[in-house]
Structure formats: structure tokens, C-alpha cells
Design a protein around this ligand. Structure first.
Ligand SMILES: [Zn+2]
Length: 341
């Protein structure tokens, strides 16, 4: 089996003002992602949880009166798909509505509005609400590949609340589908292929089995989904979910999306308890019809503003060095989040 969890610790000394300027040793770990080999930094700070953050101001500024996704505005201000692509203009599945993103991040870029309700607190999402939106997104993707044979890569993404980069509070997913993968998706797809070629096995299955044996980052199994604290976090509290045996989002069943939704609800409870008010989520698919080395998987990281001034949790590390930082070891995150599963 070819999974390697490479990590190296460096030590640094300082005279600590909190301890009468006594010499104190601090450590930082560099970890290599076992698939992409991207490096990340893992610190081991003594912060148990971040202090709560008041959302009131943000929720007022982005209230339903200015929201383009609220029922009174949606039909008037959101775009429609051209009739030769989606004759209905917008796709509707109960309360879920899908329309094109006016910011064209990809050849096909769908916005999936979850519900008529403007603001859904993280722990108020229901299994039904989540399944309906993700299932609608998968149905949209099936329509996309039917109409456009040039589409090879797709993913479903979520910025929850403005701290994560989402400009609209009303809960919505963003679907990307086009000819080229994003940088990360490309690396993960290539890495999975390389692994299969070298070891004759599927990386994702080996990852699950290795993590299950080690136990220190293995959170839980829910139906066909496996939940892990990511060894090399892409941000603060990086949680991974693998949907077993599914190479493409087009194959994922509603039963499996239900497993996924059940796990998400548990992650949300953990985030809420630890005052992580916001997150980014990516649900990734293998290359269209060429994904036999890939299993559909999600990664999610928390996002929030940092006290006391509300600083961004993204800095020169992510923006210019292409590295991410977590302040807590994934093994500790795993211990904490297990209580919620
Ligand atoms: Zn709204």
C-alpha cells in the first residue's frame, strides 16, 4: 500500500512574556498531502475554541430586503439559461431553484438556491434541505453533460456566509462544469491516476483502510460515506468525506446524498459548538467518463474573522505561498468531532 503520511517538526525558542519571559520551546509541523504532495503547516496552539463572533451586523447588511435570491426578487433579477440549453429558463425542484451565475467562473456555472428562507443558521439545516439541493445540483450536471460533450470536469461548491467569500447570505451552492479542472481538482485527479498506475489500487480505498487502521483521524462511517480529519489540512479544521465506489457525481444516488447530508449535519454541530460560523465546501468528481481511479469526495474548511479586529483567516500563506495553516492538529480535531457523530 502506497499511502505515506510525511511530516517533519521544526522547533523554535522564545522568551515567553506570559510566563515571566522564561525560555519556551514551540513547534511547527510541515505535512505533505499524501496524494498531491502539497505542503501545509500545522501548529499546536493551546486555543481550545475561538471566541464567539457576533453575526448581527453582517446579517442586517445582507438582509432579505437587498437579497436577489429571496422569492420576491429571484424571478426579476436572476438570469435564465438559454432555451436551447435549459428550455425552462430556471430549473425548479420543490423550493430549490437553479439558474446561471452571472459571474462566469466556468463554461457552465449554476447557482443552486436551497430554499425560499433567506437565512438558515448552520444548525437549522435539515437533512431534506441538504439532500434536495445536492440532488438538484447532480441532476443539473446530468443535463449539462447531455447537452455539452465538451464538458470534462465538474464540482459542487459552497461558500456559507460572507466570511467564506460568499457575497449573498441566502444559502446557495455553486456548480462548476467545463473543459478544464481547477488547479486542486486537476492535481487530485492526476494524483489518483498516478497512484493507480504505481500500486494497482484505488487511492481512496487505500486511504480509508489506512486511516481506519491508524484510527487517529478516522471520524466515522455513515452508509456509503467515510468521514476523516484531513492529514494535511487545507485550512482551519479540514474535514474530508469520501463516497465509496462512486467515480462521478453523475452516479451518486439520493440514498448516498442522504448519508452525506447526515454527516454534514454532524459537522455543522461541531463547527457551531466551536464558534466556526462559516465554511467552504467542495464536492469533487473525477474526469467525465475517465474517472476509474477516482472516488467522489468532499473537503470542507471553516472560515471566520479573527478577533479582535475581524482579520481575515487567509493571509500571505494561502495567497502567495500556496500553503495553508491550521492551528490545531487534525488528530485533535478528530477527537473533538467524533463526539458529534
Ligand atoms: Zn434572501
Amino acid at each position: 500500500m502506497g499511502i505515506t503520511f510525511k511530516r517533519r517538526v521544526q522547533k523554535t525558542r522564545l522568551l515567553n512574556p506570559a510566563d515571566n519571559f522564561k525560555e519556551t520551546m514551540l513547534t511547527v509541523e510541515t505535512r505533505w498531502d499524501p496524494l498531491t504532495k502539497r505542503t501545509v503547516r500545522v501548529l499546536d496552539l493551546s486555543i481550545k475554541k475561538f471566541p464567539p463572533w457576533d453575526l448581527k451586523d453582517m446579517l442586517e447588511k445582507g438582509g432579505s430586503g437587498v437579497c436577489p435570491f429571496c422569492p420576491q426578487a429571484l424571478e426579476k433579477v436572476t438570469p435564465q439559461f438559454p432555451p436551447d440549453f435549459i428550455p425552462e429558463g430556471r430549473l425548479r425542484f420543490g423550493e430549490v431553484c437553479i439558474f446561471p451565475n452571472r459571474t462566469p467562473f466556468d463554461r457552465h456555472c449554476g447557482v443552486v438556491v436551497f430554499t425560499r428562507q433567506h437565512y438558515v443558521p448552520m444548525t437549522d439545516f435539515s437533512e431534506e434541505l441538504l439532500v434536495n439541493a445536492f440532488s438538484a445540483a447532480c441532476t443539473f450536471l446530468r443535463r449539462v453533460v447531455e447537452k455539452d460533450p465538451g464538458v470534462r470536469f465538474y464540482s459542487i461548491n459552497w461558500n456559507y456566509l460572507p466570511m467564506s467569500g460568499g457575497s449573498i447570505i441566502h444559502p446557495h451552492l455553486q456548480i462548476l462544469a467545463g473543459e478544464f479542472p481547477t488547479h486542486y481538482q486537476g492535481k487530485v485527479i492526476q494524483g489518483s491516476r498516478r497512484y493507480q498506475k504505481r500500486w494497482g489500487k484505488i487511492y481512496w480505498n487505500d486511504l480509508i483502510e489506512t486511516e481506519r487502521k491508524l484510527g487517529e483521524r478516522f471520524i466515522a462511517v455513515i452508509g456509503q460515506t467515510v468521514w476523516l480529519a484531513s492529514f494535511a489540512p487545507l485550512g482551519i479544521r479540514d474535514i474530508s468525506c469520501v463516497i465509496k465506489g462512486r467515480t462521478s457525481l453523475l452516479e451518486v444516488t439520493d440514498r448516498e446524498l442522504r448519508d452525506f447530508a447526515q454527516g454534514l449535519l454532524k459537522v455543522f454541530s461541531y463547527f457551531q459548538e466551536f464558534n466556526h460560523n462559516s465554511f467552504n465546501l467542495g464536492l469533487f468528481s473525477g474526469e467525465h467518463k475517465k474517472g476509474d481511479s477516482f472516488w467522489v469526495n468532499a473537503r470542507m474548511v471553516t472560515r471566520r474573522l479573527l478577533p479582535p479586529v475581524g482579520a481575515s483567516d487567509v493571509s500571505y500563506f494561502e495567497k502567495l505561498h500556496g500553503e495553508s495553516v491550521d492551528y490545531k492538529k487534525p488528530e485533535k480535531t478528530c477527537e473533538e468531532i467524533r463526539e458529534f457523530f
